[in-house]
Ligand binder design. Structure first.
Ligand SMILES: [Zn+2]
Length: 279
């Protein structure tokens, strides 16, 4: 562990949202349509500039899903994003330009996490080796089955990517119960965690904010109640989840982490209540 941890200014944004049934994401949940915001984390690092965690929705989602077969995706997950809600518009509103964003941590390549990647052409894209291998050279049909819209992936991804677990600088750290956890800048400010299951190679980030550390857990579950009470989603989500067994294993690790470190907020990317509480 690092002795003098660098603290970051952290802001949690909501870049659009989609709607779905609670009982789909929580087995035994209410038969109620709820709002799932698309989280974007903005971290200001004193040495490494502005860093984003995912990029949420932009109008590219509608453009990429305006005809079949991609349209099926938009029907299944109705979404909303106003121009002022995109990650770029909100980052500019904070006083930064697109080129101030030096890194984007991509938790996974589902469309609602990567719509804004092309708005930050100078940023290095941080993702896991497995996530990159999964979407590199993927064909359109296979991509759609996995919730990936290939038109949202920047064409120069290969030149811009930095691979976690595929780079000799990656050193494993202990952070029970997770293994192969990586300190991104070696200063303790952002630690990357493997959270496989929801999609191949998904990662989360433990961020040292000035106020308190917080753990962004991406789509390892949709609502906080899931890791707190160890509630799996409905089996109807199986078509969305790349590895159901790995999903359960990751959720179990998050449940253990929650019990070991109860003071660290754990924030799923689509849990409105948790994002509002800590954003
Ligand atoms: Zn998502």
């Amino acid at each position: 562990m690092v002795e003098n941890i660098t603290k970051l200014k952290v802001k949690l944004l909501q870049a659009g949202c989609c709607y779905g049934q609670e009982n789909i994401v929580l087995k035994g949940g209410r038969f109620k349509r709820i709002k799932f915001p698309a989280l974007v984390g903005v971290f200001q690092h004193p040495k490494h500039g502005v860093i984003l965690f995912d990029t949420g929705y932009t109008k590219r989602f509608a453009e990429e899903t305006n005809s079949l077969p991609n349209k099926l995706f938009a029907w299944m997950l109705p979404h909303e994003v106003a121009p002022h809600q995109t990650a770029l518009a909100q980052v500019q509103n904070m006083g930064f330009s697109a080129s101030d964003v030096k890194y984007i941590i991509v938790s996974h390549f589902h469309a609602d996490h990567v719509c804004g990647l092309s708005d930050f052409p100078e940023a290095t894209i941080v993702c896991s080796k497995d996530a990159y291998a999964n979407i590199r050279d993927i064909d359109e049909r296979k991509a759609l089955q996995q919730g990936v819209l290939t038109g949202l992936i920047p064409e120069d991804l290969e030149q811009r990517v930095w691979l976690y677990d595929g780079d000799e600088r990656v050193k494993s750290m202990a952070y029970r119960p997770f293994k192969k956890v990586h300190d991104l800048f070696g200063d303790g400010s952002i630690v990357l965690f493997p959270l496989p299951g929801h999609q191949t190679g998904q990662i989360g980030a433990l961020v040292q904010s000035e106020k308190e550390p917080m753990f962004l857990i991406a789509d390892a579950c949709w609502l906080s109640k899931a890791y707190k009470e160890m509630i799996m989603p409905s089996s109807l989500t199986k078509f969305l989840i790349s590895d159901f067994k790995a999903y359960e294993d990751t959720l179990d690790k998050l449940n253990q982490f929650y019990r070991l470190y109860p003071d660290i907020p754990m924030i799923p990317s689509h849990c409105l209540e948790t994002i509002n509480r800590f954003g």
